[in-house]
Design a binder for this molecule. Structure first.
Ligand code: FAD
Ligand code: FES
Ligand code: FES
Length: 737
């Protein structure tokens, strides 16, 4: 660290001290790119959090993170995906996993018992993550100032229960039993609505909360006293200055950050600047980083300043916190909050920051929802470049060339539009309304209107129409349509012309999937918005929102959209004693063990000492000679210990990956010809699984198609070829296959 200035040295990372299920852990000298999941699974006995997608998209790795503020003596808790959370960001935090809330030794937690009793676990791989998402929702609900619930229930509402697991995927059980488990804790649930379970025989026994495993809030300590004392102790002592180069830096001010940027130590190719690192779930790291600068500790980035002019939100404020702030405001703010609550999943929103999202949308063609709604709401941003601080409209910021690594977004300001004569509507179309589903198209419209005294018609004074995610570099305003609509009263003819104009404006870039579908969605969003402003349309008179109150978004014309409808259904079952004991409400043996995370899967078996890890290098070309495999110069390539390929098969051995009697043998390695794209070419061996995966991505394969027939890429080609060879017997029946 010698080359760094004094301030930067003080900002360097010390060892990470954290509690895992109440036990103290110290992590010194760990790789700065180590995630919490990697740490838990390789350095502690914890195996509950599983590696599913590694991208924040499945919830198998969800844990509860708790932070303690010694100044207020308050502990805050939130769910998080441990696969994206970097260990270095967790100094003095407490982590609770499924094993930590209940286990075979200390007894299971009611969440685990109810998951088992509602038959909500089959293979059980997703269950510890489900368990922690439900537990986090309970902890959050119980901390609200709402009145105490009836005994046996929590403060959770049915609607919150339905959203609690919205980002957790399950491949086998089906969601009904899982959602029923969540709802069994909700004070406003009708227990008779819950499905088949082993607590009462549906249709025969009355549903009664007394039959459910008893729940009482606060039974699990999520932040141990020793860690509180340690934190308080460190406040009194001088801060620990670490002279070791562990590659983790957490500047405490913008000045310190600039000292780091100005030092020789800073090289933007090997240093990663992170807030919560959830962006790595959207754009996967292509190489390893040696150093990280963690910016969440910079106070300027965490401001929340509310005035009658609007709300200023620091770039490092989480999406969940922003939802909380906007929810408590005028209609435009409430609409923003509503849209933000559809972004990603609770465990991503709890971590991911507003600033991280805006920066990704500025630099990359990222399908951001947040930027679209903030753009329509007339937001401005404050950025700090290497030389100066600037205030720009969000639109200006988006249109600038991608900002460099030393440009820091400090805050975002959203003006308060009040409640009068302003109509704001946001929409998004995605594969699912909630739960990690990126938009096909999103939009946000803001109109300032006035009433014409003579005719009583509504006139559009000003309008902002923002669209995003339709295959465009970043969200944009449909200026041509805005200009056309300004000063007009909305009639059927005006809507028609506006829609025609929009079709020219919304133009998905080449290669975007389903371009016509996206354009038609954008048109339908605008049509629906303008219809709500329409004069003398064949709409009911109350379609026009009085005073701009929210006749918009998913609550158009005072009715609820399908997004907001609770997932309600009643299960009617006909029982018979004919096949006794089939039909008896019996809990699956081992389901609680799965929910607690103690069930051992292959990936949970501890690796032997000095174990090395492998990752396949996949061919990217069909039917091509593999001439050579090299590695591009990168940090990940330095981690390659060796590469195993067909050449390493000992004399007498065979290149066989799998063999099935009906299908014959399949080669382990594509050698000397890669038969299809995605065939294994070799295996990279490295010290950790992550190193192996990252290194395999660095492989550069040289191919040659000389003297080879072109690949067969369609069924039609295959049929033609078989006919050519007089092999028609091998052509399957069109329906039978
Ligand atoms: C599974 C999943 C689903 C998602 N779904 C949606 C969705 O439906 N809609 C949507 O809009 N978003 C979605 N997101 C994106 C999510 O909102 C962002 O990942 C998150 O907001 C990024 O915040 P972060 O703090 O984790 O950023 P990081 O990952 O820490 O940073 C992202 C990038 O921004 C830079 N950066 C961060 N903060 C600053 C700053 N203040 N100044 C300068 N540079 C900075 C970092 O260097 C990095 O390059 C999804 C993400 C995931 C993982
Ligand atoms: S492993 Fe899928 S969200 Fe973390
Ligand atoms: S993935 Fe949910 S039980 Fe198997």
């Amino acid at each position: 660290m010698g080359s760094l200035g004094k301030d930067a040295a003080a900002a360097a990372g010390e060892r990470v001290v954290l509690a895992v299920n109440g036990a103290r852990h110290e992590a010194a000298g760990v790789d700065p790119s180590m995630t919490l999941l990697e740490f838990l699974r390789t350095r502690t006995p914890v195996r509950g959090p599983k590696l599913g997608c590694g991208e924040g998209g499945c919830g198998a790795c969800v844990v509860l993170i708790s932070k303690y503020d010694p100044a207020t003596d308050v502990v805050t808790e939130f769910s998080a995906s441990s696969c994206l959370t970097l260990l270095g960001s967790l100094n003095h935090c407490s982590v609770t996993t499924s094993e930590g809330i209940g286990n075979t030794r200390g007894g299971y937690h009611p969440v685990q018992q109810r998951l088992a009793g509602f038959h909500a676990s089959q293979c059980g791989y997703c269950t510890p993550g489900m368990c922690m998402s439900i537990f986090s929702a309970l902890v959050k609900a119980d901390k609200t100032g709402d009145p105490a619930p009836t005994p046996g229930f929590s403060k959770l509402t049915c609607s919150e229960a339905e959203h609690a697991v919205s980002g957790n995927l399950c491949r086998c059980t089906g969601y009904r039993p899982i959602v029923d488990t969540c709802k069994s804790f909700a004070a406003d649930v009708d227990l008779e609505d819950l499905g088949l379970n082993s607590f009462w025989k549906k249709g025969t026994d009355p549903a009664d909360v007394g039959k459910l495993p008893e729940y009482s809030s606060g039974a699990v300590c999520t932040f141990p006293e020793f860690l509180k004392s340690e934190i308080k102790g460190q406040m009194k002592d001088a801060p620990v200055v670490n002279a070791g180069e562990d590659g983790w830096y957490h500047p405490k001010s913008i000045e310190e950050l600039h000292t780091l940027f100005d030092s020789k130590w800073f090289d933007e190719n090997s240093v990663k600047i992170v807030a919560s690192n959830t962006g790595a779930g959207v754009y996967k790291d292509q190489d390893l980083y040696k150093k990280y600068i963690y910016i969440k500790g910079i106070p300027e980035l965490s401001v929340i300043d509310r005035s009658n002019k609007g709300v200023e939100i620091g770039a490092a404020v989480s999406i969940s916190k922003a939802i909380e702030i906007f929810s408590d405001g005028t209609p435009v703010f409430k609409k923003i909050a509503n849209h933000l609550s559809k972004v990603a999943s609770p465990f991503i929103r709890n971590m991911g920051t507003i600033g991280g999202n805006v920066i990704m949308a500025q630099r990359l063609p990222f399908a951001s929802d947040i930027v679209t709604v903030l753009l329509a709401a007339g937001s401005t941003v404050t950025i700090q470049t290497a030389s100066k601080m600037l205030s720009l409209t969000l639109e200006e910021f988006l249109e600038q060339p991608p900002c460099d690594a030393k440009t820091i977004l400090l805050s975002i300001f959203v003006p308060d539009w009040g409640s009068d004569n302003v109509i704001f509507e946001t929409s998004r179309a995605a594969p699912r309304p909630f739960g990690n589903a990126v938009s096909y198209v999103n939009s946000a419209f803001l109109a300032r209107t006035s009433g014409d005294a003579a005719s009583g018609e509504l006139i559009i004074e000003d309008i902002c129409l923002a669209f995003g995610a339709y295959g465009v570099d970043h969200a944009t305003r449909a200026r041509k349509v805005e200009e056309f609509l300004k000063g007009k009263s909305v009639s059927a003819a005006v809507i028609l012309e506006a829609v025609q104009l929009l079709k020219d404006v919304i133009s998905p870039s080449e290669g975007t999937t389903h371009p016509e579908y996206r354009v038609s969605l954008a048109v339908s969003f605008l049509f629906s918005f303008l219809s709500s402003l329409g004069n003398n349309l064949n709409e009911p008179a109350n379609a026009i929102a009085p005073n701009g109150s929210c006749a918009n978004g998913s609550e158009k014309h005072g009715t609820l959209g399908s997004d907001d409808l609770p997932v309600r259904s009643r299960q009617e079952l006909v029982f018979s004693d004919e096949y006794q004991p089939v039909g008896k409400p019996i809990t699956k043996a081992g389901a609680e063990l799965q929910a607690s995370g103690e069930a051992v899967y292959v990936d949970d078996i501890p690796a032997p000492k000095y174990c090395l890890y492998g990752a396949f290098i996949y061919s990217t070309q069909p039917h091509a000679h593999v001439k050579s495999v090299n590695f591009r110069s990168s940090l990940a390539s330095e981690k390659v210990i060796t590469v195993i390929s067909a050449k390493d098969i000992p004399v007498g051995g065979k290149n066989i990956g799998s063999g099935f009697r009906m299908l014959g043998e399949e080669a382990l390695f594509g050698d000397p010809v890669s038969e299809f794209a995605g065939q294994n070419i070799g295996i990279v061996i490295a010290e950790t699984q992550k190193y192996a995966y990252m290194a395999a991505k660095q492989a550069v394969i040289e191919y040659s198609t000389e003297k080879l027939e072109p690949p067969i890429l369609t069924i039609e080609d295959a049929i033609q070829l078989l006919l050519l060879h007089g092999d028609s017997d091998r052509i399957g029946h069109p329906r039978r296959g």
